[in-house]
Write a protein that binds this ligand. Structure first.
Ligand SMILES: *[C@@H]1O[C@H](CO)[C@@H](O)[C@H](O)[C@H]1NC(C)=O
Length: 434
């Protein structure tokens, strides 16, 4: 019985996910940084690298270091026996081979061995891809502590770096400059950014990570928005039920407005606990809280609502409910009747303007790519890569201001920042965990 239920849940999720991304054919953009070889002289040049979706990319900055390639354990899947050091005392950029374990684990082992950054050399000839974070589990707790940048380089460039690094004694060190200055567009004095999230709090580490981020970034977010330095928009991924499934029990429990807007059942069990439908309604309420707050001139109240709701109305404590949400709305002094008017009637066989807009916005446009993973942070229309953590995200947001227009909250962190003019247009691509 349990098996049959899971099968149905999986079927719907797959059908719904396929329907969700179909219009844009799953376009995924690989965000890049650049690697400039400074020495030795005869291999000087500029190469692209794909920013890993873990650790802390140095958005807006550069890092000059010496490339070392371990002569043993070059995949970096096991702990290194000793720390790496360069002869000149410059930071170490550890070069590792792709394969045998998660990209993120290689970076963690490199960080533990003193590396300041990691370059992973692809082992096949292909377009650059985004190195993704592994599914969170007790074995991947190191992800929280991973705070160096990592990037993937293509096989050919990786091979030439390896050859040079192996000959380094005779010819001097291999010095590279990693450059993230153009990884974030920085056209003007205001940053636009958006977080694609979910009001569900029962999805394990992924949900805990989002809750922790909302709580810890709230202060920065409110300073930036109150000062007029940033405009933030929350978004919620919204599935839909294909026509043929609309009358099924699964769709009826996971969708509102007759199958138009859905969310997966939080427990993946249709007989128990919360239903996907309740999650969509709550997502809709949070979107409306933002709209109403925005109209009354304080859009940043969304951060208070999202944080308070997660604290006071959690699923884990069986408090996820309309009544609890409405108490939070009232406690923030937001007009409840406006929120309700914005939400409309979830039982109506009609479109809901707010949720339809969410479905449209999920589809990639310009340089952004489709939103297919939760959570996704988009800054100045490019998808952020790196961990969802307060300082890492603030660094990326700060790199989105035109030089000289950064607010104080950015300047109080001593980040290097200089102008550069290398292009790093993203191309269609893919992501992998190993
Ligand atoms: C918030 O308000 C501004 C203008 O006051 C508007 O341009 C923007 O679209 C609003 N955002 C949302 C999500 O309604």
């Amino acid at each position: 019985m349990g098996g049959a239920r899971q099968f149905l849940a999986a079927l719907l999720a797959v059908a719904a996910a396929a329907a969700m991304v179909a219009p844009a054919r799953g376009r995924f953009v690989v965000e890049k940084s650049s690697v400039r070889v400074l020495a030795p002289e005869h291999i000087r040049g500029h190469h692209d690298a794909a920013i890993g979706n873990f650790g802390v990319p140095d958005y807006g900055g550069t890092l000059t270091g010496v490339v070392l390639y371990p002569d043993k354990k070059a995949t970096g899947c096991a702990e290194f026996p000793a720390r790496f050091k360069s002869k000149s005392g410059r930071p170490v950029v550890l070069l590792l081979d792709r394969g045998e374990c998660y990209f993120a684990l290689k970076s963690w082992n490199a960080q533990q061995a003193g590396a300041a950054a990691v370059l992973i050399a692809d082992t096949v000839d292909e377009q650059l891809l985004t190195m993704d974070t592994p599914e969170a589990s007790p074995d991947t707790r190191y992800l929280d502590k991973l705070n160096i940048p990592s990037a993937l380089v293509n096989r050919a460039f990786g091979e030439s770096l390896k050859r040079m690094a192996e000959k380094a004694d005779a010819e001097g060190e291999v010095v590279v400059k990693l450059d993230w200055r153009e990884s974030m567009p920085h056209p003007d004095e205001r940053v636009e950014y958006e977080l694609w999230t979910n009001s569900n709090d029962e999805c394990g580490p992924r949900c805990d990570e989002q809750a922790a981020f909302v709580r810890s970034f709230r202060g920065h977010a409110q300073i930036l928005e109150r000062g007029g330095y940033a405009r933030f928009t929350p978004h919620y991924i919204t599935w839909y039920c294909p026509e043929a499934f609309r009358l099924t029990r699964q769709c009826q429990s996971q969708c509102i407005n007759h199958g138009r807007y859905c969310a997966p059942d939080p427990e993946e069990d249709f007989g128990e606990g919360y239903e996907g439908k309740q999650v969509v309604v709550e997502n809709l309420r949070q979107l409306c809280v933002h709209r109403v707050a925005n109209e009354s001139g304080r859009p940043w109240a969304w951060w208070d609502f999202a944080m308070d709701y997660k604290l006071r109305c959690s699923m884990k404590e069986k408090k996820y409910s309309k009544a609890c949400a409405e108490e939070v709305v009232a406690s923030l002094g937001l007009p409840l009747e406006k929120v309700l008017a914005c939400m409309g009637d979830p039982d109506a066989d009609a479109d809901n303007a707010v949720l339809s807009k969410e479905q449209e916005d999920q589809i990639g446009r310009g340089s952004r790519g489709d939103v297919t993973i939760l959570p996704t942070l988009v800054i100045n229309d490019v998808q952020y890569r790196g961990k969802l953590e307060r300082t890492a995200v603030l660094k990326a947001v700060c790199a989105g201001f035109k030089e000289g227009t950064e607010p104080q909250v950015c300047l109080s962190h001593a980040w290097r920042r200089t102008s550069a003019c290398t292009g790093t247009a993203g191309a269609g691509g893919t992501r992998r965990r190993t």
